[in-house]
Design a binder for this molecule. Structure first.
Ligand code: ACO
Length: 381
């Protein structure tokens, strides 16, 4: 049994965690026992961060002080903004720019490298979580030829990001929608980026290293990059005036995958997709523009009729998140960075939890290379 090979670590248990539980068979997600639907509808992202980092939902007073502490950390050093400008000028992609800037933030952290106790991890984690939106909004504005907007400590985490992005305070519906999206993406068991952060944390490296690694893992199209792919497909369908179902058939004929479908753990529709679908429906109905809703519904109905969903390849969170962000006016290539802006809460919680009872993560591979190769010095080869 010890030598059984599990490609992609599928189903392998590597740690115990109180943080989140995914039941892929019934489509359930909980954070510390609370159903994602209750949290998405009833709790702010700040409450969810508190829950993940401190173990319970905050009282009103605890939430006020936690949110104020988080808001107080939003500003980033001028040099970081200058680096963000240089990255935007060089045409860097948003996830790569975020990865570089996050790594740079550590130079300005008053805790330095003293990340050897849980309290320091959470203090540093709070600073990273507070500053990532500032970095992202600055990057986007500079890219658009605009000046960065300074954070407003009186706004919520979600509201302040939209404000820094657009220069205008968001309306209540936009702020609430974005806050809900942040809550839905905050944690999800040992997904690839969280595991990456944990592997780095298990060497007792500082939390900046773990978050920087997590951003790298999340940038891939099999993980966080899929929400961007979905929206690009919807735009492509729109531009070609093609029937969405025809697009899907063509993709299938080419042997390609349908972005936003399938998940390593969920074998039924992702509960986060259900909540975002409902949100998209509300937003579309109130704006009178139902285009994305119509396309996604047509694709989902077709793939359901085809039996794909029954086979376990069902809509995941990314199938709907892009359309929701589009309705908020957020550019497509910022979707994955926004995912990072939320998931950073989970990365930090998992690193802090794992380090409490740390064991270096070090699996092994079955060696399939040659044995007894005869070494020949370079000048004789
Ligand atoms: N469209 C069509 N077929 C699919 C899809 C899809 N989106 N996803 C999986 N399949 C098929 C595969 O072709 C394979 O079929 P086969 O057995 O006949 O060869 C079967 O389902 C199993 O696929 P695997 O790749 O083994 O499944 P895995 O668990 O490794 O993949 C993954 C999960 C990577 C998410 C996959 O479903 C996929 O590529 N989806 C599209 C990208 C996407 O939406 N990613 C976002 C995931 S959610 C998130 O990260 C937030």
């Amino acid at each position: 049994m010890a030598d059984e090979l599990k490609r992609g670590l599928e189903g392998v248990l590597v740690a115990e965690s109180d943080l989140s539980y995914v039941d892929g068979e019934v489509g359930k997600l909980v954070y510390r026992g609370y159903d994602i639907e209750d949290l998405a509808r009833g709790a702010s992202y700040e409450e969810v961060l508190y829950l993940l980092w401190h173990g319970s939902l905050p009282s009103a007073a605890e939430l006020d002080s936690f949110a104020a502490d988080l808001a107080a950390e939003r500003e980033v050093a001028d040099d970081v903004i200058e680096t963000v400008r240089a990255l935007a000028d060089a045409g860097e992609r948003p996830m790569a720019a975020l990865r570089t800037a996050t790594s740079m933030l550590s130079a300005y952290d008053p805790d330095g490298e003293s990340d050897d106790d849980g309290e320091a991890t959470l203090r540093q984690g709070r600073r990273i979580t507070a500053k990532i939106p500032t970095v992202l909004a600055a990057f986007e504005r500079v890219r658009q030829g605009e000046e960065p907007v300074a954070p407003d400590p009186d706004l919520s985490h979600a509201g302040n990001f939209l404000y820094m992005l657009t220069g205008t305070e968001p309306d209540a519906v936009s702020e609430e929608t974005f806050d809900m999206a942040l809550t839905l993406h905050a944690d999800h068991g040992l997904n690839a980026s969280t595991f990456t952060a944990m592997v780095i944390g298990s060497t007792m490296a500082d939390v900046y290293s773990g978050v920087t690694g997590g951003i790298g893992a999340l940038s891939g199209p099999l993980h966080g990059g899929a929400n961007q792919d979905v929206m690009e497909v919807l735009h492509e369908i729109d531009a070609s005036a093609k029937d969405p179902v025809e697009w899907v058939k063509d993709r299938q004929d080419d042997g390609g995958r349908i972005p936003g479908f399938g998940h390593r753990v969920y074998k039924v529709k992702d509960p986060r997709a259900k909540i975002l679908e409902e949100k998209l429906r509300d937003l579309s109905e109130s704006s009178g523009d139902t285009k994305w809703l119509d396309y996604t519904t047509a694709i989902e109905e077709y793939l359901t009729d085809q039996g794909l969903v029954e086979k376990g390849i069902a809509p995941n969170v990314d199938f709907y998140s892009g359309s929701v962000y589009d309705s908020l006016g957020i550019p497509v290539d910022m979707y994955t960075p926004i995912f990072a802006m939320s998931r950073v809460g989970g990365w930090i919680a998992h690193v802090a939890e794992y380090q409490e009872d740390n064991r270096l993560i070090r699996p092994r591979a079955r060696y399939t290379g040659p044995e007894d190769a005869e070494f020949v010095p370079v000048d004789e080869r």
